[in-house]
Design a protein around this ligand. Structure first.
Ligand SMILES: [Zn+2]
Length: 139
């Protein structure tokens, strides 16, 4: 049977969409977690490393604060991304995923493909970035 037989695009059901996005988010989550662990591997060896890795698996990021002296600041960025992914997963369950937190409009699918954990539409994101820039300049 030929694979390209879909003459008319079969509409994806809400359930299928949810499942697909969930997989996307979980894949992203694992990716970030792996990066975080690699980062740790550069700085911590032996017993402590295992300790930290286990803690991360459990979602206990307090170790990152402890490790700050070890130049693991980068991990904070990973942590922030993971938080966003968790938030997106929660929203997915709630049915509010893909809706801009600022203006309530739907975030385009293309944007979600690039940033599956986006919580703002492009317009609102840009506005926020501009605001942040302005705040920085004021300081
Ligand atoms: Zn918006």
């Amino acid at each position: 049977m030929a694979k390209k037989q879909s003459k008319k695009k079969k509409a994806e059901s809400e359930e299928e969409r949810k499942e697909r996005l969930k997989k996307l988010l979980i894949a992203k989550r694992n990716e970030v977690l792996k990066e975080a662990k690699e980062e740790i591997g550069k700085f911590i060896r032996g017993e402590n490393r295992e300790l930290v890795e286990t803690a991360l698996d459990d979602g206990d990021w307090s170790v990152v604060d402890l490790a700050e002296d070890l130049n693991l600041r980068k991990l904070t960025a990973h942590k922030q991304t993971l938080d966003k992914i968790d938030e997106a997963l929660r929203k997915l369950e709630e049915g509010t995923y893909g809706i801009c937190e600022d203006c309530g409009s739907e975030i385009p699918e293309e944007r979600l493909k690039v940033i599956p954990f986006a919580i703002y539409c492009v317009d609102c994101m840009e506005r926020r970035e501009q605001l942040e820039e302005m705040e920085k300049e004021e300081w």
